[in-house]
Design a protein around this ligand. Structure first.
Ligand SMILES: [Zn+2]
Length: 274
């Protein structure tokens, strides 16, 4: 592993002579690589191999990913056998639409995590989506720890909740302020907790799915602290507990207290966040 960042230009179509090679890339990564044409630049650190079209772009992404990853590992634990993930920074929306949109299984639409690869659309206005990369890194961490056992509500709830937490750390490190606008959720957009937990595909998600799933995670974090989220994730993913069971059996909430938590979540969804 190299301690300092290394940059070198890589030529598309010259995979066999490229320092990193593209032989281990997924078909999607190869398609992105090919669509991006010549002049890919790579930066690497222990945890990430970052590919983009300019040294400053990859340096930025590498720094952001490093800071966010540190924060995420603090909450969800370190990998037992660390290995680098590949991060592709795509700044060309046309390439994104043509190559990546159709392949987006997760429907996060402007970012994709698929096993050890992350693809992210970075537009000039990237600062308007500060949690985009951290959100995907939470998906990466959950996939590495629990594989396919993570239900969608937990996957998206934790990615949203911890993604914003990590984005806050990244912003603080650079002295920037983090602005987050939360929209107010209307009554008719809200799914029942049972429906949220039974969602198995992106097509079954209601319009407020991400926010509701995040509120379910936030409600736990308010009681356990963020450091309790690793245990929460493990109990849901590995033991198959429901959200309600976790609160009543593990956090020992009474039925009355559980009802209070539900009300508190509804209030949070229906109020403009400050
Ligand atoms: Zn997501």
């Amino acid at each position: 592993m190299v301690a300092a960042a290394l940059f070198w230009p890589l030529r598309a179509g010259a995979a066999s002579s490229a320092p990193a090679g593209t032989a281990s890339f997924s078909p999607l990564a190869r398609a992105v690589w090919k669509a991006g044409g010549r002049g890919w630049v790579r930066a690497e650190s222990g945890a990430f191999h970052v590919f983009g079209k300019s040294p400053w772009e990859v340096a930025d992404a590498r720094a952001e990913a490093g800071l966010a990853w540190e924060e995420i590992e603090k909450r969800l634990g370190k990998d037992p056998a660390p290995r680098p993930a590949r991060l592709f920074v795509v700044s060309d929306r046309e390439i994104w639409e043509r190559v990546l949109r159709g392949a987006d299984r997760r429907k996060d639409s402007l970012a994709i995590q698929a096993e050890d690869e992350i693809f992210i659309l970075r537009e000039p206005s990237a600062s308007t989506a500060p949690a985009r990369l951290p959100h995907e890194l939470v998906h990466l961490k959950l996939w590495r720890r629990f594989g396919d056992r993570v239900p969608l509500w937990l996957d998206e709830g934790l990615a949203s909740y911890l993604g914003w937490r990590a984005a806050g750390q990244v912003a603080r490190a650079s002295g920037a302020a983090l602005n987050r606008e939360k929209s107010v959720i209307a009554d008719d957009q809200i799914q029942s907790l049972a429906d949220i937990q039974s969602v198995r595909s992106y097509g079954e998600m209601g319009p407020a799915f991400y926010r509701q799933a995040e509120e379910m995670v936030a409600a736990v974090a308010r009681r356990t602290g963020d450091e309790g989220l690793a245990d929460f994730a493990r109990a849901i993913a590995e033991e198959g507990l429901s959200w309600e069971d976790y609160l009543t059996q593990r956090l020992k909430l009474s039925a009355l207290e559980l009802e209070e938590v539900r009300k508190e979540m509804m209030n949070n969804l229906q109020q403009k966040a400050r």
